[in-house]
Design a binder for this molecule. Sequence first.
Ligand SMILES: C[S@@+](CC[C@H](N)C(=O)[O-])C[C@H]1O[C@@H](n2cnc3c(N)ncnc32)[C@H](O)[C@@H]1O
Length: 293
Amino acid sequence: MVTEAGQATGPGRQPAYEDPQLAARYEHGNEMPAESLRAWAELIAGYAPEEAASAPGTSPASTAGARMPGVLEVGSGTGMFCTALARALPAAEVTGVEPSGPMRAEAERHHAHPRVRYLAGSAERLPVPAAGFGLALLSRVVHHLPDRPAAARELARVLRPGGRLVIRTTVRERLDAPVYRYWPRLLETDAARFPSEQEILADFRPAGFRVHRVHSFAQPVAADLRQWRERVAGRAQSKFLALSEAEFAAGLARVDAEVAGARGSEPVLERYDVIVLERVGGVGTAAPGEGAK
Ligand SMILES: C[S@@+](CC[C@H](N)C(=O)[O-])C[C@H]1O[C@@H](n2cnc3c(N)ncnc32)[C@H](O)[C@@H]1O
């Protein structure tokens, strides 16, 4: 089955990210201002179990020699969030699971860290033991999953009860990214790719999750339009695969016209939704008496 130009589905298969050239461009093309990354890491780390935030050797669990509940990023790409979370959580061991070899190679190159390891695997088959993690992150991955219910069951398996799953995405009903202004057709293709909030919840609740919190906000992704233009020019996002060379060039010319017209000196914002789920009960049990949010 093909979901968008060049993207065949199947567990863990995302040919776009298997392309070493795209993987090499990804890191620069998806960089965000350092303070934005720090703010994201702090927000996500805020959902980790308390022990993960303590300085090493100071929490009762670590002085007793017990293993810290780990932090897991699934679809860790080039590792930007793995190292940011390791810095935000000084006692945490962070595992990034990523199906693409070229993306893992970029992660080792750009985001090696003594408390971060990168493993080959997919959300549908996680190469980690049951109940070993207190916090898991799916950042800009949920729309790539060929079998969301299977991924939900795997995430429920590897999180300990009370553990949190942070899903960082933009849900279909709130798609609002600067790319849509210059390439309006991408709004249609993304509307076909990105799940709605209700679709995500419908797949994760039966696996044993309940909603802890949902946030939605716009956040700076570049200091100004010129910087944003320089990043998108590398076509380092899978959404651009839907566009022909000519369509891409036409959109870039629209960006250039605004830059030349001295517009776009403000930070460039992008909307994100953060769905925080909590692991409850055993696998296959819906959260009792759960409301909409
Ligand atoms: C847009 S990138 C996000 C990378 C990183 N999480 C971030 O926010 O920078 C999407 C990543 O999801 C990975 N991916 C695709 N299908 C996956 C699957 N079934 N399970 C886990 N990861 C997957 C891709 O290989 C790619 O590295």
